[in-house]
Design a protein around this ligand. Sequence first.
Ligand code: SAH
Length: 389
Amino acid sequence: MNRPVLKLRRCPRRPRVLDGHPWVFAGEVERPPQDAADGHAADLVDPRGRSLGSGIYNSRSKIVWRRFARDNGAAWDEEAVCGRIDAAVARRDPSARFCRLVWSEADDLPGLVVDRYDDVLVLQALTLGVDRLLAEIVGHLRALPDVTEVILRNDAPVRRQEGLARAVSTVSGAAVPPRWFTVEGIEYRLDLTGGQKTGFYLDQREQHPAVGAMAAGRRVLDAFCHQGGFALHCAKAGAASVLALDSSAEAVEAARANAARNGLTITAEVANVFDYFTSHREARGLFDLIILDPPPFARARSALDGALRGYKELNLRALRLLSPGGILATYTCSQPVDRTLFRSVLADAARDARRSATILAEPRQPADHPVRLDFPESEYLRGYLLRAP
Ligand code: SAH
């Protein structure tokens, strides 16, 4: 069988794929050859016919080609994909029981995300090329050491953009009810088939104890607490008090149950953080440590301006409530808000709050969520730990 070849058009705007980016958009290529099949491998060449690598083709997606290898002619079949999974797993810390094992383009497996929760793997298939080989992939994952179950969280809305149906299932066929898992020394009741993300904010698991380590004797506010990761570590480390807020009643209930299970004392309340800050705006010095870990305000560049205003407002209000010498642990998981932008927003917020602040640390997503230099979309989580005199 001949290998289908996609050819880049001569575009006025230079396609990013020429600079190593792994995506090609529909408007960037000439009419695809007849033999190009959705969900299968195709080669890419530039307008002069020079090779740009192997990728998965899908005419139904806006991103028609996603590179998985720099050489042309590379296979995308059971053997090749399972080999790439093994390579991704080998790059992770073998002792980590809770981590991301496979991260899509960053592991040269566009559209495959696999998280490990002890003996349970949670998989997301986000492209047709991955979905087509799902049975083989799941069989391979199930056979990895210490794995008893694989959950297929194929309910992500982006599946629609690839022409795929949405559903959640398990390899065993049995239901997986919520159960207790111990992450970084704290027990959480996790719902891996229905919770936010794949059940837990694995990308913040290193930050929970790192911020906790600064909490002894402090009055802590964990805004946007979800299951209470930050709040619980702060309580464990000997905080003077811990208030945890989330707008989701389910999240607050989970945080309370987790606190009880771990024998820790926190106050968890359902609240909109913006409203809370408005009603407490006169309460200067109310907290000695504030954690801000909101949901993404901007997923796309088009939403950037509004997002930056949101981050500024939030951080400004938090800084006003911080006691002298207080610590602000603040994060953004909006991919387009890069470190330079986030830092300038924080500087604006501090200026308007009439506070100076020094940078204690600049945390980022953990190493199991690798960032590729040629794929900015792989970097999304940025944080600052600030001390405000
Ligand atoms: N800090 C958590 C993750 C937070 S995710 C951890 O490390 O596990 C963001 C959380 O913010 C979600 O639980 C969501 O329910 C909550 N949220 C979103 N908008 C909110 C708002 N305006 N006020 C309070 N909570 C909000």
